[in-house]
Design a binder for this molecule. Structure first.
Ligand SMILES: Cc1cc2nc3c(=O)[nH]c(=O)nc-3n(C[C@H](O)[C@H](O)[C@H](O)COP(=O)(O)O)c2cc1C
Length: 172
């Protein structure tokens, strides 16, 4: 089977998972920005980081794919929030549904991975966004503080790394 790994990252977490998968499978991995035409591949693994609910580069990459029903597709998200939390997974999937062609999410294998954050490396736009999001999150009533919201508040300003390369097994 002719496969490729495509990733969408800003700070490298999604690339770490992609590099490890590439190392294990021998398949090449590329940024979605350089992926080009994927028509000749039978198996596509897309690993994209979560930014305000969106999976970076996923819609651009998989949205333009023709004949996807004939291909094996694996989509992995990489985010800060706890991926053992059912509500978090449901929220991620609800947002993905809006970003993908109809039926693709049901056709694909889905995996939800954790990344990390280093506030000292964030660009100005992301720093401002996180500041505003965390301010808003702190004012939410306890019942509205989902795993995603709690992860944002708990890690604000810090360096955290939840990347777990052993989970790459789930993408094979
Ligand atoms: C502006 C901004 C928005 C984010 N939104 C989410 C989110 O909606 N859900 C989530 O789980 N993580 C969110 N994160 C955390 C990133 O997904 C996490 O840091 C990830 O590891 C980044 O991946 P990368 O290093 O591949 O870019 C956000 C981070 C930033 C800076």
């Amino acid at each position: 089977m002719n496969g490729i790994i495509v990733y969408g990252t800003c700070y490298g977490s999604a690339k770490k998972y992609s590099d490890e998968l590439s190392r294990r499978t021998g398949e090449k991995c590329v940024s979605y920005k350089d992926a080009g035409d994927l028509a000749s591949y039978d198996r596509i693994v897309y690993i994209g980081s979560l930014y305000a609910g969106g999976v970076l580069g996923m819609a651009e990459t998989l949205g333009k794919l023709a004949d996807w029903q004939t291909k094996q597709i694996v989509i992995a998200t990489v985010g800060l929030a706890d991926t053992t939390d059912a509500e978090n997974i449901a929220n991620i999937r609800k947002a993905m549904q809006r970003q993908l062609p109809e039926g693709m999410m049901e056709h694909a294998k889905l995996v939800h991975l954790r990344g990390g954050i280093d506030y000292s490396r964030l660009g100005m736009k992301h720093k401002v966004m996180m500041g505003l999001l965390v301010q808003k999150a702190k004012n939410l009533p306890p019942e509205k503080k989902t795993a995603e919201v709690r992860a944002m508040i708990d890690t604000y300003g810090q360096i955290v790394d939840f990347v777990d390369l052993s989970r790459v097994d789930e993408l094979l």
